[in-house]
Design a protein around this ligand. Structure first.
Ligand code: AMP
Length: 564
C-alpha cells in the first residue's frame, strides 16, 4: 500500500492530512492524485460516494491553487447544498496546516448578499451548486474567466436533478484552457455527453467494478404484506436497538406520515423531504449528523448527497422503480470502508424487482425473516442489560443519594432487584409484543394452489377489469397486498371490461371490505362491494402482475403519488 508522500503531495499538505487521521490513501486517492497533480489533463473518475473522492480531487486542487493570487482559480460544482458544504469543509480541513486559502461555498436557500460579501474578499476556490452559481455570475459577483480547474462532483446526480442547462452555461463561462475533472457514480448517456462536449482525451479511472454495488453492503429483503409494512418496520427497528438508520419512502406524504407515526410510537425519528423549508431541513440534518436523531425518514430527492458516516441501516419501505435510486439509497451506508445493511421491505408483487436489481448490480439479496415479538423482546432485554453493564457510574455524585435508595430496596434480593429493574423499561415491550402475530409471508410460486378447494362466503364486485390491464394474477396480488388476504382464500375470478367479480372465504369478507377503503389503483378510486354469497367449490389460477396501487392521503396507509 502506498503512502500519501509517495503520491507527490508536498510535505506540509501530507502532514495536514495525517493530522486529520487519514493514514493511507484510499484506492481512488492512490490512483487519481498523481494524475491530477500533473495539472495538465482532463479527468473522469467513476466512483461512488464514500470512496474518499473528495480528498482525491481536493488535495491536488489545493496543491495547484496559488494562495498568493486572489482571483478564482478553482471551481467545484456539487448537486446539493449539503454536499457543497461538506466539500468546502473538507477543503478547509485539508488546508488548515498547509496554506491560507479563501474557500467559499455558495448555494441556494441562503442569503445571497452574505455569499457575495465572502466571494468579494477574493475566493480562490469556490464550491457551488449550479443554480446559485449562475445567479452570482449574472450579478457579476463571480468571475469565472480566471478559473483553471473545474471539478464536477457527482455529475450524474447533477444531471438527474435537471442541472444540464446550468452546467452548459457555467462551462461556457470558463476559459478553454481549464482542466475539467468529473466524478460520477454512474455513467449514463448524459454524463458521456458532457465528457464529449467539454473534455479533451480525459484520463479515465474506475474504482471498483462498474455498476456493482459496494461490497461492504449486505443486501437483505423482507417479504411482507403491504398493510403490515409499518408493523414490520417497527419490528426491525426494535430488533436493532443501536440502529442509526435512514428509511426511504417514495413520496413526501408517505415520508412525513411514517416519520410522524414513528415519533408518536416513541422512536427518535424525523422526516426529510422537499415540502420542508430549507431551515427545517438544515435542522433535521444537523440533528442526524450529530446523532441526536437516530432514524431519518427521507425521500430519494431530499436524501441525495447525504454524506453521514456510520449509518448502520438503510431501509427501503418500497423498493424504488429506478435501479439508480436503489444504488444511491443503499450507498448511504457502508461509507469509508465500514459495513452496512440495506433492507428492502417488499410485497410479493415486488419480488420481480429484487431479481432485476440483483442482476443489474451483480449482487444477491438474502431473504431476512421479520423478527418475531419474542425475538424482539429478547434483543431489547439484552440491549438494556448491556447498557446497565456499560453505564459509567459517577461515584462521587451519586454517593449522597445512595443511602436512601438502599433503605428503600433493602428487603429485595438481588434476583428480585434485577427482575424489577428490567421490568421498568421492559414491560412496554412485553405488553406490545404479547400475542404479536408472525408478519412473515411465504414466497408463493405461480399456480401452486391451483387445484385447492375453498370454503367460500362472499362474491365481490370491484371496479377494475381488463381495461385496467388486470389479469387474474394481478387482481390476486392486489387483494393480497391491500388486504393481506392470501390467494388461497380467493375463489373464482371473473374479469370483465371495466369491472370484475371475485369470490372469497366467509371469514375474509370484513378484511377485504375494510382493506379496500381509500385505495387508488393507477390513479383511480377503487370500489369494492359485496354482491352476494358465492357458490362452493371454485378454483382459480394465479399469475404475477406488475401494476401499482396506493392508498389515498388521509387513508390508513399509502399516499397520493407526488414524487420526493
Ligand atoms: P468521500 O467519498 O470523499 O465523501 O469520503 C468518505 C469518508 O472517508 C469521509 O468521511 C472521509 O473523511 C473519509 N476518508 C477519505 N479518505 C480517507 C483516508 N485516506 N483514510 C481514512 N478515511 C478517509
Amino acid at each position: 500500500m502506498k503512502s500519501f508522500e509517495s503520491l507527490g503531495l508536498s510535505g506540509a499538505l501530507v502532514q495536514s492530512v495525517l493530522q486529520i487521521g487519514f493514514e493511507t490513501p484510499t484506492p481512488i486517492q492512490e490512483q487519481a492524485i498523481p494524475v491530477l497533480l500533473s495539472g495538465n489533463r482532463d479527468f473522469v473518475g467513476l466512483a461512488q460516494t464514500g470512496t474518499g473522492k473528495t480528498a482525491a480531487f481536493g488535495l491536488p486542487l489545493l496543491e495547484l491553487t496559488d494562495a498568493s493570487i486572489r482571483e478564482t482559480q478553482a471551481l467545484v460544482l456539487a448537486p446539493t447544498r449539503e454536499l457543497g458544504l461538506q466539500i468546502a469543509n473538507d477543503l478547509e480541513n485539508f488546508s488548515e496546516k498547509f496554506k491560507a486559502f479563501n474557500i467559499v461555498a455558495v448555494y441556494g436557500g441562503a442569503s445571497i448578499s452574505e455569499q457575495i460579501r465572502k466571494v468579494k474578499k477574493g475566493a480562490q476556490i469556490i464550491v457551488a451548486t449550479p443554480g446559485r452559481l449562475i445567479d452570482l455570475v449574472d450579478r457579476k459577483a463571480i468571475n469565472l474567466s480566471t478559473v483553471r480547474y473545474v471539478v464536477l462532483d457527482e455529475a450524474d446526480e447533477m444531471l438527474n436533478m435537471g442541472f444540464k442547462d446550468e452546467l452548459d452555461k457555467i462551462l461556457s463561462f470558463t476559459p478553454e484552457t481549464k482542466q475539467t475533472w468529473l466524478f460520477s457514480a454512474t455513467m449514463p448517456r448524459e454524463v458521456r455527453e458532457i465528457m464529449k462536449n467539454y473534455m479533451t482525451d480525459p484520463f479515465e479511472l474506475q474504482v471498483g467494478e462498474k455498476n456493482t454495488s459496494n461490497a461492504n453492503i449486505t443486501h437483505n429483503y423482507v417479504l411482507v404484506h403491504e398493510k403490515d409494512k409499518y408493523l414490520a418496520l417497527k419490528r426491525i427497528l426494535d430488533d436493532n436497538p443501536q440502529i442509526f438508520g435512514l428509511i426511504f419512502c417514495r413520496t413526501r406524504i408517505d415520508t412525513q406520515r411514517i416519520a410522524e407515526m414513528l415519533m408518536k410510537d416513541g422512536y427518535n425519528a424525523d422526516a426529510l423531504h422537499g415540502d420542508l423549508t430549507q431551515q427545517q431541513r438544515d435542522r433535521v440534518m444537523m440533528k442526524f449528523r450529530d446523532r441526536s436523531l437516530q432514524i431519518l425518514v427521507a425521500t430519494d430527492v431530499a436524501a441525495r448527497g447525504i454524506d453521514v458516516d456510520d449509518i448502520t441501516h438503510v431501509i427501503h419501505l418500497n423498493i424504488p422503480d429506478e435501479m439508480e435510486f436503489y444504488t444511491h439509497r443503499s450507498g448511504r451506508t457502508a461509507r469509508a470502508g465500514k459495513r452496512g445493511i440495506s433492507i428492502a421491505m417488499i410485497s410479493r408483487r415486488e419480488l420481480g424487482k429484487v431479481k432485476q436489481i440483483e442482476k443489474a448490480l451483480k449482487t444477491t439479496f438474502t431473504k431476512m425473516p421479520i423478527p418475531t415479538g419474542e425475538q424482539v423482546c429478547q434483543r431489547q432485554l439484552l440491549a438494556l442489560m448491556h447498557k446497565v453493564r456499560e453505564v459509567k457510574v459517577n461515584e462521587d455524585e451519586i454517593a449522597t443519594f445512595l443511602p436512601a435508595v438502599y433503605e428503600e430496596l433493602q428487603d429485595l434480593s438481588k434476583n428480585d432487584l434485577i427482575k424489577r429493574f428490567a421490568s421498568i423499561e421492559f414491560n412496554r415491550f412485553l405488553d406490545y409484543y404479547r400475542n404479536a402475530p408472525d408478519l412473515n409471508i411465504e414466497d408463493r410460486k405461480p399456480g401452486e394452489h391451483e387445484n385447492e378447494r375453498y370454503r367460500l362466503g362472499g362474491r365481490f364486485f370491484i371496479n377494475l377489469g381488463k381495461m385496467d390491464g388486470m389479469e387474474k394474477g394481478d387482481l390476486l396480488e392486489l387483494i393480497d397486498d391491500v388486504t393481506g388476504v392470501d390467494g388461497k382464500a380467493i375463489g373464482k375470478i371473473e374479469l370483465k371490461g371495466a369491472y370484475s367479480f371475485f369470490e372469497a372465504e366467509k371469514e375474509k369478507v370484513d378484511d377485504i371490505l375494510n382493506g379496500f377503503k381509500d385505495i387508488e389503483y393507477n390513479g383511480r378510486q377503487v370500489r369494492v362491494e359485496l354482491t352476494g354469497k358465492a357458490p362452493n367449490n371454485s378454483s382459480r389460477d394465479y399469475k404475477r402482475g406488475k401494476s401499482s396501487f396506493m392508498r389515498k392521503p388521509g387513508g390508513k396507509k399509502g399516499s397520493g403519488k407526488k414524487p420526493g
